[in-house]
Design a protein around this ligand. Structure first.
Ligand SMILES: Nc1nc2c(c(=O)[nH]1)N[C@H]1C(S)=C(S)[C@@H](COP(=O)(O)O)O[C@H]1N2
Ligand SMILES: [Mo]
Length: 248
C-alpha cells in the first residue's frame, strides 16, 4: 500500500479563489473550485508535514498531572457494560475500504508489536501535558486488513457523543501510516483510565488534542469524508468550525 506515493502534488492557485464574495459559493462551479482549493491546501500542508517526527521526551519530563478533557465517561449502556466486564469481550473493528475487515480483542492488540513514546499533548483550549503512551502502530492494523488503493482517510468512531452526536475523527493515510500514530491502551505504564479513553485511544502526535480520539471502537477506511456525519471529518470540525488539519 502506498499512502505516500499516491498523494499527488496538487498545489496550485487554489488560495486565490478564497477572496470573500458570499454569492460565489452558491454556484456549483465555484463550489467545486473552492473544494479543489481546499484539497490543494491540504496537499500543501501534507508537503510541509512530510514524514517528520513529533518531539519525544524523557521519563523525567512526564507531567505529574494530565487533566481529562471533553467527554470523560461515555454514557452509552453498551460501553458501560464493557467497563463492568473489564473490556473482556470488547473488540476493535477495522473495516471500510480494506481487503479483509478485522476485529481485535485487547489481548490480541497487546500481543502485536508495540510502540512506546513520550510526547506532548496540546489542547486548543490552552493547556499541554506530557505522557508516555504504549500501543499498536495503526500501520500494522491497516497492513493486516489490507487497505485498498481507493482508501484516503482513516475514520475513528468513538463510543461517546455530545447530545446524541457521536464523537469521531479522521486523518489522512499518510498520517495514519506515520510511525508515531498508535492506538494506545497504556498511559504512563497503566491501562488507560476511563477518563483518558479506555480501553483504546488514538495518539497522532503531530496533531492537536481534539484529533486524539478516545474510546475508539472502529477504524473505517474511506475514500472521502463528505458522506460521514456533518462531512467535515470530525465532531469539532462539524460543530465548532475547528480545522480538519490540526498539525502542530
Ligand atoms: N471520544 C472523544 N475523544 C476525544 C474528546 C472527546 O470528548 N471524546 N476530546 C478531545 C480533546 S478536545 C482533547 S484535548 C483530548 C483530551 O484527552 P484527555 O481527556 O486524555 O486529556 O481528547 C480528545 N479526544
Ligand atoms: Mo482539546
Amino acid at each position: 500500500m502506498s499512502g505516500f506515493s499516491r498523494r499527488g502534488l496538487l498545489v496550485g492557485s487554489g488560495g486565490l479563489l478564497l477572496s470573500g464574495c458570499d454569492r460565489i459559493t452558491t454556484s456549483p462551479t465555484a463550489r467545486s473550485l473552492l473544494s479543489l482549493g481546499e484539497k490543494a491546501s491540504r496537499s500543501a500542508q501534507r508537503l510541509v508535514a512530510g514524514n517528520s517526527l513529533a518531539p519525544e521526551f524523557s521519563a523525567a519530563d512526564i507531567s505529574p498531572v494530565f487533566r481529562v478533557n471533553g467527554n470523560t465517561r461515555p454514557t452509552a449502556a453498551a460501553y458501560l457494560a464493557q467497563v463492568e466486564r473489564g473490556f473482556a469481550d470488547w473488540r476493535l473493528t477495522v473495516d471500510g475500504l480494506v481487503a479483509k475487515p478485522m476485529a481485535f480483542s485487547l489481548a490480541q492488540l497487546r500481543a502485536l508489536p508495540q510502540r512506546t513514546q513520550i510526547t506532548r499533548h496540546d489542547c486548543v483550549e490552552g493547556w499541554s501535558a506530557i505522557a508516555q503512551w504504549t500501543g499498536v502502530p495503526l500501520a500494522l492494523l491497516l497492513h493486516g486488513a489490507g487497505a485498498l488503493p481507493q482508501a484516503r482517510y482513516a475514520v475513528f468512531h468513538c463510543a461517546d457523543d455530545f447530545s446524541g452526536k457521536p464523537y469521531y475523527e479522521s486523518i489522512d493515510l499518510a498520517e495514519a501510516l506515520h510511525p508515531q500514530t498508535i492506538l494506545a491502551h497504556t498511559m504512563n505504564g497503566q491501562p488507560l483510565s476511563v477518563g483518558h479513553g479506555a480501553p483504546l485511544r488514538l495518539r497522532v502526535e503531530r496533531q492537536l488534542g481534539y484529533k486524539q480520539a478516545k474510546y475508539v471502537m472502529r477504524v473505517e477506511l474511506v475514500a472521502s469524508l463528505t458522506g460521514l456525519y456533518g462531512g467535515k471529518g470530525g465532531y469539532w470540525e462539524d460543530h465548532s468550525g475547528y480545522q480538519w488539519w490540526a498539525g502542530i
